[in-house]
Every structure is written in C-alpha cells, then in structure tokens.
Design a protein around this ligand. Structure first.
Ligand code: NAP
Length: 308
C-alpha cells in the first residue's frame, strides 16, 4: 500500500518535539504539507491556513491537528468535509459535544478519526493494565505535579477558558487510569484552584469512586519545583504497584519490573495508520469526560495570581 499523504496543522512545540520525528521514521506516511500561521516545516510546502493548504494540495489524505484544543474543531470540520482522515492531538477538543459531533461527521463520510492519547502508549502502561487485571484493587492515588514555568512557558492559550490549565497534563494521567483500571470510575468530588488572574486552574484535587467503592484520588499541581511527579500508585492484593515517570516505569513492592525506551508518538502514528487502513475510528472520550465532570462538580478556590 502506498504511504498515507499526511499534513500537519499548527506547527508548534509538540510538532517539532514529537510529530515530525515520528512521521519521518514511519514508512506508512509521506509528510506532504503543513499549515500554520507562523510555524513552518522545512522541505515541504507550507501554507498559512488549512483551507489554503487543502485547496492547493488536494492529494493530501490525512491531517494531524496540533493547535491548542480551543481551535481544533473548526479545522477538523474543514478537513472532514474535504474528505480527509483526522488525527486529533490531545485533548481532542474543547468540549465533549464538539468531539462527538466530529465522530458523527467522520462516520457519515466513512473517514477515520483518532482522538489520540499519547500517554496510553507509554512503555509500561500495558504491563500495569495486565498486573491490575490479575489482582484485586484496594486504592489508587494519582500524583501529577510539575512546574508549569518549565513545561509550558508563555503558553497563553493553556490559561484561557478551554485551555484546561493543570488538566492539560492531568488528562494524560486520566488517559492512563481509564485504560488500566478494570472497571470504569466516576468523579464524586473535586476542588479546583484558579489563580486570581487566570481562567483555568493551576491545581486540582479530585476524588473518584466506582461500583465497588474504590478509593481513587488524583492530585494535579502546576506549582511543583524540584522533583517532578507523574505517578500512579495502586494498592492491591498482590502488592503496591507504582507506575511512574508518566507511564515509563512499573514497580511492584519497590522492585522494577518493566522499563523500555519511550515510544509514545511512534505508537500513536502506528495506531492512526492501522485505523485509516481498516476504515475505523478511535475516539474514547473517557479522559475528557472526567475533566468535564471535575469542572461540573468541583469547588472553586481562588489562589494567588500567576505570572510566567
Ligand atoms: P503550542 O506550541 O503553544 O501551539 C501549537 C501551535 O498551534 C502554535 O505554534 C501555533 O502555530 C498554533 N496556534 C496557537 N494558537 C492558535 C490559534 N489561536 N489558532 C490556530 N492555531 C494556533 O502548543 P503545543 O505545546 O505544541 O501543544 C499543542 C497541543 O499538543 C495541545 O493540545 C497540547 O495539549 C498537546 N500536547 C503538547 C505537549 C507538549 O509537551 N508541549 C505534549 C503532548 C501533547 P502558529 O502560530 O504557527 O499558527
């Protein structure tokens, strides 16, 4: 089969860090064009907008939409109406309803839509899922604490309504949790801390439960300096499982049982090629639904103003 002619839209940090290397290393793709108001990709035709790009390069078969979530829906509709398969960076959109709308549009046109959750492809995630499937869960604690000044310097969109604030990294944890737990969970309480001068939270504390009254808590905080934490700790009948470093390492009772080199974006693009070739979509909204529920149920606390 000839490579999928793919274009990138919204050339920024994640495109340079991950999408371009993953596409260059995958013979299932031919990177054909890019569209971005300011960013450019060397060696291919570049355009200022998706509309201009799709009309100038009609042979494009698929697009990766990598702009911030508040601006993704319009681009996705444009691409689907033009008959292109669509890869959505995470989070797949600014609301649940708009992503459901895209899924329906893709289905009506026989096109593939991927709501990508890169953290689900972290190296130790499948091993964690297999471990939890074979034991009884007692409690789960998610600790996702990082320094926003280091990871998101001067990203204005992330602090605006729809930018999700600390849920931008937090949703990565939720994408793992919803994949590895044996049963669905739901939010029962939350507290969201909003800086006085921002429309998105800098920290969130969330309690979840399930039909078996599982105790699951999540602490997301962007004010962490020093050691960064991206850990999921599960107490089980077979010992304490720690999935650490964002899903890269798995330990049971302190013994490292799984560690492999990082391969999230190569695996995501392999998944996208697979669904395009088989005429399917992959749109799991569970992580975004939990974020929406935390906003719906959460107490709001105003904290000190944040400046980059
Ligand atoms: P970014 O660099 O701030 O934004 C990506 C690009 O989107 C920008 O360079 C900009 O390009 C375009 N853009 C910005 N505002 C726009 C607007 N109003 N309308 C249209 N395009 C706009 O952000 P990023 O870090 O790459 O993140 C983009 C997405 O990837 C987010 O959803 C994020 O959650 C996800 N992601 C990021 C990371 C990470 O480590 N940074 C990791 C995984 C996933 P132009 O100015 O050229 O249009």
């Amino acid at each position: 089969m000839s490579p999928i002619r793919i274009a990138i839209v919204g050339v920024g940090k994640i495109v340079r860090d991950q999408h371009l290397p993953a596409l260059a290393a995958n013979s299932d793709y031919a990177l054909t064009a890019a569209a971005s108001r300011n960013g450019v990709v060397d060696g291919i035709p570049n355009f200022k907008s998706i509309e201009e790009m799709l009309s100038a390069v009609p042979e494009i078969e698929a697009v990766s939409l990598c702009m911030p979530p508040q601006f993704r829906y319009e681009a996705a509709v444009t691409a689907l109406k033009a008959g292109k398969h669509v890869f959505l960076e995470k989070p797949p959109g600014a609301t649940l309803s708009e992503v459901e709308d895209l899924a329906a549009l893709a289905a009506s046109k026989g096109l593939s839509l991927l709501a990508s959750w890169h953290s689900r492809y972290a190296p130790a995630v499948e091993a964690a899922k297999a471990f939890l499937a074979g034991t009884t869960l007692e409690s789960v604690q998610v600790i996702w604490k990082e320094d926003v000044r280091h990871w998101h310097p001067n990203q204005a969109w992330i602090w605006e309504a729809g930018g999700l604030g600390v849920f931008d990294p937090g949703i990565n944890a939720l994408s793992i949790v919803t994949h590895i737990l044996p049963r669905p969970v739901f939010v029962t309480a939350a507290t969201l801390e909003f800086p006085d001068n921002r429309d998105a939270p800098i920290a969130a504390s969330i309690i979840f439960s399930d039909s078996e009254k599982l105790a699951l808590s999540a602490e997301f905080d962007w004010r962490q300096t020093g050691k960064q934490s991206w850990d999921i700790v599960a107490k089980t009948a077979a010992g304490t499982m720690v999935l650490s470093e964002g899903g890269a390492k798995l330990s049971i009772d302190g013994a490292l049982v799984h560690e492999e080199p990082e391969r999230e974006y190569p695996a995501l693009y392999a998944r996208f090629a697979e669904i395009v070739k088989s005429g399917r979509s992959d749109v799991d909204l569970a992580p975004l639904r939990h974020v929406a529920d935390a906003f719906m149920l959460g107490k709001r606390k105003v904290v000190e103003a944040f400046y980059d």
